[in-house]
Design a protein around this ligand. Structure first.
Ligand code: PFF
Length: 455
């Protein structure tokens, strides 16, 4: 390990919670239930679990070892490990991806604040299903309101980022992650005890393999990738702040378990509640912002106080999950500007926040006011989502597995896995085999499929 004076996470728990905070986000609570609903439930979840274990964890360990070994931001780590080669582009593409993802992710993150406010001011009370559709469309198409929330969300992220690694990221994750977990558990208990919730529970637990096709399989792999924050140097940047005694494999397992448990808990909140009021599980991306407020009203209509508490807690939780992810996205770009261009951390963070507010405004407007302006048939929001999750992340993951499996000196890989011989490192041979053969083939398959070549 290279010795430097870089910032460090102060404790083992801080390391796990900050990394898990990055992984757990809108991907778990918004995207996972929606993908599960669209792909038939339990069978999708089983395949997703397989993908986490076989692909997600090995690539996460790779990112961890690249970050800790190089002790550098994502943009520079490859130049340190393989100087003078073109591998530096893997990191640079990752930095660009973080910037683009942060711009549109913050739009949806901003919506969570609007819905927290609506829930807290009891605006859901007495509304019908149709009212919720209209109010979501009015809000997301409004030229001002979403922009204000987007700005507030990015400024909140900025504030935590400039406080620095230990004080900002670690402290906030230490408080927010356990709070999130407890809130989720309370909501699960509410949801699974609703009359008629059994159908939703069966949907999540009884696999129907007749619905499994190639698309379900590939969908599950793509979700695993996005949810674990892989492929763009986010976790490698965090790992550059890990201490030399951090057990990388163990940390990856902990993060993988936390991320998966939270996604499944989100499923146990949403589906029992949706089935209880007869809402279809494949309602799609609107599930959380249109269907759920309606679910809360219908399910707890008899007891308005419960409807109020349930919905306020849910949207607070979603905002918390989103901010621990936006912090990690922001950190990738901030660390790069700070270290690469010798800016102060504060100045680097201002560039990132300002740039993302600027791009985020156009992303947000592309959903309403400027809907008719498209590029490659997509508005800016959809274009950023497509380019990052469907091209940049799979490409990044593919290259990271090839880099660790084939290019990086095996002594370095083994040294990082075993902490220079102090740990047993039993997973080492399996890890190398997966990174060399299984991950590159499987990810190429997702990548090609997502670009539509197989359709
Ligand atoms: N993993 C986050 C989520 O599930 O919401 C999203 C994300 C964060 C993706 C950071 C990529 C990343 F680098």
């Amino acid at each position: 390990m290279v010795k430097t004076n870089r910032a460090n996470f102060g404790s083992k728990l801080g390391i796990i919670l900050a990394s898990a905070g990055s992984a757990v986000g809108l991907g778990n609570i918004w995207r996972f239930p929606y993908e599960t609903g669209n792909h038939g439930g339990a069978a999708f979840i089983l395949i997703y679990l397989g993908c986490i274990i076989l692909l997600g964890l090995p690539i996460m360990i790779s990112e961890f070892l690249i970050g800790r070994r190089s002790q550098a931001n994502a943009g520079r780590s490859y130049s340190i490990l393989k100087p003078g080669t073109q591998w530096k582009w893997v990191g640079r593409i990752g930095v660009l991806a973080s910037f683009l993802i942060l711009s549109y992710y913050s739009v949806v993150a901003g919506w969570t604040l609007e819905y927290t406010l609506q829930a807290a001011t009891n605006s859901f009370a007495g509304k019908s299903a149709n009212d919720f559709i209209v109010s979501f469309q009015l809000f997301s198409g409004n030229p001002w309101r979403p922009l204000i929330w987007l700005t507030v969300f990015l400024l909140a992220t900025h504030f935590i980022i400039v406080k620095g690694v230990e004080k900002g990221i670690e402290k906030s994750s230490k408080m927010m992650m356990p709070a999130l977990f407890i809130l989720l558990l309370i909501l699960v208990v509410y949801s699974v005890t609703l009359p008629g919730a059994e159908k939703g529970i069966a949907f999540l637990l009884k696999p129907d393999f007749s619905k499994v096709n190639g698309e379900v399989f590939l969908g599950a792999m793509g979700q695993a990738f996005f949810s674990l924050s892989l492929g763009m140097g986010c976790l490698s940047t965090y790992a550059s702040y890990f201490g030399k005694h951090t057990d990388l494999a163990r940390t990856a397992f902990s993060v993988g378990i936390i991320d998966t448990v939270i996604a499944i808990l989100a499923g146990f909140i949403i589906f029992p509640a949706a089935f209880a009021v007869g809402i279809q599980p494949d309602a799609g991306p609107s599930l959380i912002f249109i269907t759920l407020p309606n679910v809360f009203q219908q399910a707890f209509g008899e007891v308005p106080a419960l409807a109020f508490i349930f919905s306020v807690m849910f949207y607070i939780l979603l905002a918390v999950a989103a901010i621990t992810s936006t912090i990690s996205l922001h950190e990738v770009a901030t660390a790069y500007l700070h270290e690469q261009f010798k800016m102060t951390r504060g100045k680097a963070a201002k560039f990132v926040t300002g740039g993302c507010i600027f791009l985020g405004i156009f992303c947000s407007l592309s959903l309403g006011t400027t809907k008719e302006y498209t590029l490659f048939g997509m508005g800016l929001f959809d274009l950023f989502d497509f380019v990052t999750t469907k091209i940049m992340l799979p490409l990044g993951g593919l290259l990271i597995s090839i880099f660790t499996g084939w290019v990086l000196d095996k002594k370095i890989v083994k040294g990082e896995i075993t902490n220079d011989g102090t740990l047993k490192g039993v997973i080492y041979p399996y890890l190398i085999f997966i990174l060399k053969y299984i991950a590159p083939v499987a990810i190429s398959f997702i990548f090609i499929n997502e670009l539509g070549f197989l359709k």
